[in-house]
Design a protein around this ligand. Structure first.
Ligand code: UD1
Length: 427
């Protein structure tokens, strides 16, 4: 059992290389099932969500070979299984992609309800409606197993009344081999949706319009293996951008697509940081103390909900009162209690948080309540006076590759400690 200990107050300096996107890999790895052959996937982040996804692929019968640190060969030709149990899905939300991928390949899938971060109610009714619209029979069986099956999937019009990343990707996965054309209206436009569509096209699919208001999928009879490099992780990049800004540092964040970061860049500039965009990097220079600003989370290209807790840390030491409106999830402010232990002054009323900026935070024992909440605690530790110890770091490791090493290379005083070393326990 380990924690992360951070001694704050050091401005971050240097360069950090961003890994492949967790949420793109989360869809692309299950999507290899549709190839029924060998795919080489590059720029795969080494995070626990990827480990769990590969475990599911292997249990279903795929052969996974590690070519190097971030490159995998996945052969789904021998894959025969179509059932994924709770024991395998409970770790992560993205296990729902096995429904679309198995349904698309075999016309049948049985997948236990997904796990993942507790951000409030996270139904998958839109996924189920998309499968049903394509002609599948969808049921929830004993032990919360969702089953979807169809003799034949047929292209159709799918309209989402709520923008959903997971349902958009799952609709594409199920539609690529359906008969005829599927039109997905009001889809999610996140960079990982576009990355998944481009990956499927290089496997032989015919998808147009990903990243726009309507996605058209013309079903094809067969797909094949290909080589693909996962898009950089915009949320990992944004996390380092906020950390650079709030510590008053000067950090160049490499291997990013600056366009994907525009919403984060705009808010950091508004709060007083300098952000210089390069071709595949952004340089963030923090000022003395951030200025207040207000943030509303929205589907892409709006401000990402997955950056909301990290931004709240910056605003908690800003000059003045800031407001955050969380419009995607109904329970994404649980981290506020932890932040309050460090001296932040935040009041939550439903979907809004009012943050009275304080001059400084104090180190404290805190815990990661979920993945991005954990990243927020780490940033809070980097800016606080004294030592912060973060417990339940397994949440952070779900989505950040080598986070301690990366922050240490930027000059942070951060390390893993065994729980028995913790001063918080003996204090
Ligand atoms: C994905 C991301 C997650 C991110 C979120 C929003 C992955 C693995 N996870 O989660 O990191 O925070 O997008 O950018 O990519 N909804 C329904 N019914 C459904 C599906 C969703 O009502 O069937 C609602 C949700 O409750 C939520 C909203 O739609 O209020 C958006 O959720 P969605 O985009 O689907 O998020 P996830 O795919 O779960």
């Amino acid at each position: 059992m380990e924690k992360i200990a951070v001694r704050g107050g050091i401005p971050l300096h240097g360069n950090v290389k961003i890994s492949g996107a967790k949420n793109a890999a989360a869809a692309i790895l299950p999507a290899t099932i549709l190839a029924g052959g060998k795919c080489i996937i590059e720029n795969v982040p080494r995070i626990s969500d990827v480990k769990y996804t590969l475990r599911i692929l292997e249990r279903l019968g795929a052969k996974v070979r590690v070519i190097n640190k971030s490159t995998l060969e996945i052969d789904t030709a021998p894959l025969k299984g179509f059932t994924v149990t709770h024991e395998l899905t409970r770790h992560m939300r993205a296990s729902y992609y096995f429904l679309g991928a198995l349904l698309g390949r075999f016309g049948k899938a049985k997948v236990a309800m997904p796990g993942g971060c507790n951000l409030g109610v996270r139904p998958i009714d839109l996924h189920e409606k998309a499968f049903a619209a394509l002609g599948a029979k969808v049921d929830t069986e004993e032990n919360a197993i969702i089953s979807a099956s169809a003799d034949k999937l047929v292209g159709t019009r799918i309209y989402f009344d709520v923008v959903s990343v997971g349902a958009t990707a799952n609709a594409m996965l199920a539609a690529v081999r359906a008969e005829g054309r599927t039109e997905i209206e009001n889809p999610a436009k996140e960079p990982h949706i576009v990355d998944l569509a481009n990956f499927l096209n290089s496997m032989g699919a015919n998808i147009r319009g990903a990243g726009t208001d309507i996605i058209r999928v013309d079903g094809v009879k067969e797909l094949h293996g290909c080589t693909w490099s996962v898009v950089p992780d915009q949320i990992e990049a944004g996390t380092y951008m906020v950390a650079a800004a709030v510590t008053g540092g000067d950090v160049t964040i490499e291997n990013v697509t600056p366009k994907h970061l525009e919403a984060i860049t705009a808010k950091l500039r508004e709060s007083g940081a300098t952000v210089d965009e390069g071709d595949d990097s952004v340089r963030v220079i923090g000022g003395s103390r951030p200025a207040k600003c207000s943030v509303k989370t929205m589907p892409h290209p709006g401000f990402p909900t997955d950056m909301q807790p990290q931004m709240a840390v910056l605003l908690s030491v800003a000059q003045g009162t800031s407001y955050i409106t969380e419009s995607i999830f109904d329970n994404r402010f649980r981290y506020v209690d932890q932040l309050a232990r460090m001296g932040a002054v935040v009041k939550v009323d439903g979907k809004m948080a009012v943050i009275e900026g304080v001059e400084s935070l104090m180190g404290a024992p805190v815990q990661a309540d979920d993945l991005r909440a954990g990243a927020a605690m780490l940033i809070a530790g980097l800016v606080a006076n004294g030592q912060t110890e973060i417990d339940r770091i397994e949440y952070i490791e779900r989505g950040y590759e080598e986070i301690v090493a990366k922050f240490r290379a930027l000059g942070a005083d951060i390390r893993y400690i065994k729980c028995e070393e913790s001063t918080a326990l003996t204090a």
